[in-house]
Ligand binder design. Structure first.
Ligand code: PMM
Length: 275
């Protein structure tokens, strides 16, 4: 899944693809790099960021969805708002990616039941302006799995079918640095819960801290792509269904390596066979 942020302020690529034409071109480049899905978002979830009005979110994402769907892309809409999800699906989006797992909008689960699309429920505890204050866990992996199970119960109660549901541990969301590593180390436990799992580690702060030099300064987001690729390979090797990344080419290779590694054999490239 390639990231197409149509925002002026996302932490790693804010402002770079803010014009619809630039965002569409960027999405097409990610497809050429091997993305199977493009995740279009119009609201930054950067720690500390403020919400944008719904009209602004719609104005940002709809023209970009139109352009990418017209080009044949499978698009997911990255939103916490039911109305944005609904309008995006009307325009051809096939997945609703909700970083709040439905907690930000009471109407979301019923909307997804009606739309019938795949729905990514991410682990979340609060909006970006407060999430850093909500990061208290007994055991982060157990707590995240339990809270995701509660999201699944809410989805079922709203009439969403299990086949629609993808779960995501929500790396970096109400999870400061060190809390992210147990979630990756024990990703197999989440996979074993039985739903497809999406992992969004791309360029996140905990990777910047991991790669810090002797001065302790985290490396900047655009220098975190090699580490992101490593996460993609490792996540895929324990059974993740999808990795959400800004730089696609490396991760596309990584997940193919992981698939061959897991299967003990290589599969021909859909684009025309192994070279
Ligand atoms: N992370 C971001 C945005 N959307 N969606 C899912 N499902 N999982 C994530 O981890 C996730 C997400 C934040 O990253 P960005 O600001 O670079 O898009």
């Amino acid at each position: 899944m390639g990231v197409v942020n149509v925002t002026p302020d996302s932490f790693s690529d804010g402002g770079r693809w803010f014009e619809p034409g630039a965002a569409i071109d960027h999405g097409l480049r990610l497809l050429a790099d091997g993305a199977d899905l493009l995740d279009v978002g119009g609201e930054s979830t950067r720690p500390g960021s403020r919400r944008v009005p719904v009209e602004v979110e719609l104005e940002r994402v709809l023209p970009v969805i139109d352009g990418l769907v017209a080009a044949g892309a499978a698009v997911s809409i990255d939103t916490t708002r039911a109305v944005v999800a609904e309008r995006a699906v009307e325009r051809g989006a096939v997945i609703v990616n909700d970083v709040s797992g439905g907690l930000a909008d009471d109407a979301m689960h019923a909307t997804v039941a009606r739309l019938g699309t795949v729905y990514v429920a991410m682990h979340w505890r609060g909006h970006a302006d407060v999430m850093d204050t909500l990061a208290t866990y007994d055991d982060v992996v157990t707590d995240v799995r339990r809270e995701l199970a509660q999201r699944v119960a809410s989805l079922r109660a709203a009439g969403v079918r299990d086949e629609q549901v993808v779960l995501d541990p929500g790396l970096g969301f109400a999870k400061p640095g060190e809390d992210n590593w147990p979630l990756l180390a024990r990703l197999g436990e989440l996979v074993a819960d039985g739903f497809p799992v999406l992992v969004g580690a791309s360029r996140k702060r905990f990777l910047g801290h991991l790669l810090a030099g002797p001065d302790g300064e985290p490396v900047p987001p655009h220098e975190r792509d090699r580490a992101t690729t490593a996460v993609s390979a490792l996540a895929a090797s324990v059974g993740a269904w999808c990795v959400r990344v800004h730089e696609v080419a490396g991760s596309a290779d990584a997940v193919r390596v992981a698939a061959a590694w897991r299967g003990g054999r290589s599969e021909p490239n859909r684009a025309g066979g192994t070279p």
